[in-house]
Design a protein around this ligand. Structure first.
Ligand code: AIR
Length: 212
């Protein structure tokens, strides 16, 4: 059997197993190519979905049958709407039965169809779309009436992950608290910068920033 067929078979077998929802990935992250990885999951200079999930205590689940200790998890796959349409269909079609509550889907190029097609097939599982490039925005967000997708601006995979956690937080108070704590931390960080700019003055602030 081909690698592609084996992957599809694995997804379908997992969907048939009725695993305890606490042990399945909560969010599925899919991207059109591994060349999207830095935009989708983040780099040191530009944080992405992996950083957002880590910031709110999620762990990456790499084995469907062996979940990490963390209660909330995400999984990651490359799924191409055009190179592997059967895999896209299987991933979206099995999403609910595999225990996914939200999907974050990103693709680049002018035909960035993975997020919107996944949203149509996985419906009513919500999909947060990430245009990997500016030129992908229209194809990600341009859905007809009755076929919804939630989407972020080009490259904003950090926000896409937070949006996914916000959706989960409607059901899990623990996540609401973690999101509030993250927001408070961000506010404190801005307040610290604000105080230091004010107290050091512009030249002093610039000098200290250049030292760091
Ligand atoms: N892509 C892959 N399959 C369908 C699409 N739209 C997108 C990927 C990536 C771009 O095509 O999401 O952003 C280029 O992919 P690659 O693999 O050639 O680097």
């Amino acid at each position: 059997m081909s690698d592609l067929d084996t992957l599809i078979d694995d997804l379908e077998a997992q969907a048939a197993r009725e695993t305890d929802p606490a042990d399945t990935p909560d969010v599925g992250v899919i991207m059109g190519s591994d060349s999207d990885l830095d935009v989708m999951m983040g780099t040191e200079a530009d944080p992405g979905a992996h950083d957002a999930f880590t910031d709110v205590g999620f762990a990456e689940q790499t084995d469907y049958d062996d979940p990490p200790d963390a209660r909330f998890t995400f999984e990651t796959f490359v799924v191409s709407a055009h190179r592997t349409p059967a895999l896209m269909y299987a991933y979206a079609d099995t999403a609910a039965d595999r225990g996914l509550d939200v999907i974050v889907a990103g693709a680049g190029g002018k035909s960035a169809d993975l997020p919107n097609m996944t949203a149509s097939i996985a419906y009513p599982v919500p999909v947060v779309g990430v245009p990997v490039q500016e030129k992908s925005v229209d194809s990600v967000i341009g859905m007809p009436t009755g076929a919804p997708i939630v989407a972020v601006d080009a490259g904003k995979s950090y926000n896409a992950a937070l949006s996914a956690v916000q959706i989960l937080a409607r059901e899990h108070g623990e996540l609401r608290e973690r999101l509030e704590a993250l927001h408070a931390d961000q506010g404190d960080a801005v307040a610290a910068v604000s105080r230091s700019l004010h107290e050091l003055g512009t030249p002093g602030f610039r000098a200290r920033r250049d030292e760091d």
